[in-house]
Design a protein around this ligand. Sequence first.
Ligand code: ADP
Length: 368
Amino acid sequence: MAEPTESAILEALKTVTDPDRGGDIVALGMVGGLAVKQGNVHFTIEVDPQRGQTLEPLRKAAEKAAGSVPGVLSVTAVLTAESKSAPAAGTRAAPQGAPRRELLPDVTAIVAVASGKGGVGKSTTAANIALALVAQGLRVGMLDADIYGPSMPMMLGIHDKPSSPDGKRLLPIEKFGMRCMSIGFLVPPDTPMIWRGPMVMGALEQMMGDVEWGPLDVLVVDMPPGTGDAQLTMAQRVPLAGAVIVSTPQDLALLDARKGLNMFRKVEVPVLGIVENMSYFVCPECGERSDIFNHGGARRAAEQMGVDFLGEIPLDMAIREGIDNGRPTVVADPDGPHAAAYMAIAAAIWDKVGGAGGTPAGPEIVIE
Ligand code: ADP
């Protein structure tokens, strides 16, 4: 199908009316940054910061209108508000429903590792990145925020229950030089857990606020998979310094990773970059490399989406065996090529969130 044109998109957006101002959003000059690439449409809708919270239906209507143009595969509309007084470098204007900073006051940078869907190796990547940060001499914690399917006990080979010397706060479990917490430490592995919306946030808040994390340079949060309400709430409520999106090459083709990216953009969390996992396969017998999943998709997609490409990790039996037996690659084979790849990714992340002076960088514009 032919590539949709910018003018066709603008034409469609003229059908969307600003409920307060009465005109269409194109005539009112609210549409900006329109980009159309291979059927993927991005634009911003400039709004008054005061109205940001009430304009979600307008944003949705605009996405729907643009999505109705033939040939459009995906649409991302982001509400933006030029900050009246530009935030000073290194600070971010607090979004409404601001994250509760007091949850983790002694943590310099909280980094979320997320994915658009499950099974892409998000937890594996999060654990190896966290351990690579430990290897770089940082004080690291790791929180398994996947309360539906906690994987940390298996991945890190942790079978102990956390203790609580004062009966109020839990001590995290120390493993491989980092502090770890997972709902899986508290609930036997085969217990079915049914969580209703508010309970999810309650459990996560407890795992942050009621755990004696102590001072940390970085807390790596292994986010629940997907981009549903629980994830969005988590992204909104936890004071994240940034998010890393893990994706497989084919997942990017299916746009799942973009959903993850957009979720963070919506709540004004800087996306630190994309890691392509299961990027290519090296045959253990002959050493031949096969690009089974259309290798390189993540790098291209990152470019298109305007985020950094942090690195690629191959599909390798050793990575799977390590993580499934409680010894992630970075500790099982610290001098190997995979550990080196994780180390480089971790260094890039630390550089972005805290390495250069300890102040997380913030975006120039405020996205409501
Ligand atoms: P997610 O957190 O996205 O659901 P996991 O990290 O649990 O995914 O990984 C899913 C499965 O894929 C696990 O069995 C894991 O060992 C395996 N896996 C993840 N990354 C790799 C890789 N780079 N090479 C080989 N196996 C991998």
